[in-house]
Write a new protein. Sequence first.
Length: 324
Amino acid sequence: MAYEIRPSRPLDAEFRKAALAQVDRALTDLRREDGDLHEAIHEARKRFKKLRGLVRLLRPADEDLYKALNASFRDGARGLSGARDKAALIEALDSLSERNADQLKKNSLASVRGKLVTERDEAAGEEGEIRRSVEEASAALEQARSRIEAFQIGGGRHEPKKAARLLAAGAGQTYERARAALKRAGKTRDADDLHELRKRMKYHWMHLRLIAPCWPEAFAPAIDLAKTIADDLGRDHDFAVLRGEIRADPAAFGDEDTLSLLLGLVDAYQSELRARGLAASRRLLVDDAEAFSQRVVSLYRLSAEEAERAAMPAEAPEADRRSL
């Protein structure tokens, strides 16, 4: 099932459908017997993030439900993060090597990559430890299922005006926080502030996907741009973490010449990622939160009205009615 909320259906039913689909897919990933366990865990973590984005969007409808489910999904995914976070550093290094292949000799960063691989394997732990984390994550998903299934708004009635206000409030809050994060990151260029912008942009991307059925053709470019920004700033964060690890224990990663070369390439790439991410964010978040929220209300209600008219029986033309 698609990660979306259709204006033609009751909001609570759409929430349950989208949330339960992510729960089921995450459980399928975690219970896979074949294939790469680490890849399965990576896919499950993405489901947890989508679930957190979904409950954040519906937060104005039920604050208690949001707090309970958000904590459950956050804690359930926490035990799955160690090896994946280390794997992201390897992917960042590989992307840097590919990008600068003309400046690097073969295996010139092998010592750095070798250290990261060792750290990833250590973070993964023993098979039994991984399985325990998987079981804990699965339990969190199963416990959340009953809360999701019981969720209702207004007795399950289809109330487009109320639904539009709730969605606009949830998406608008995320949008406003993204704008605040952009303002701060644009001033400081600090790694932590840029990472905060990345997290807010990730939630904004999810919310755009969820409300896109209001007007798919118009939302598609914004969805793509939000995803690109989040990916660029996510890669920037990977390099910030890598830089911190190297500074903490440089000898473990290689000789001085290797690290000097690496950090120079990282500096150049981060400058590009940050400039690109900030420039795109300013355009995507150019409207104030009130204007964005009002647009969500208007588009949701318009789409719901169009769906209602389309579902009504066609009325006979005037000439046909006179002949009856």
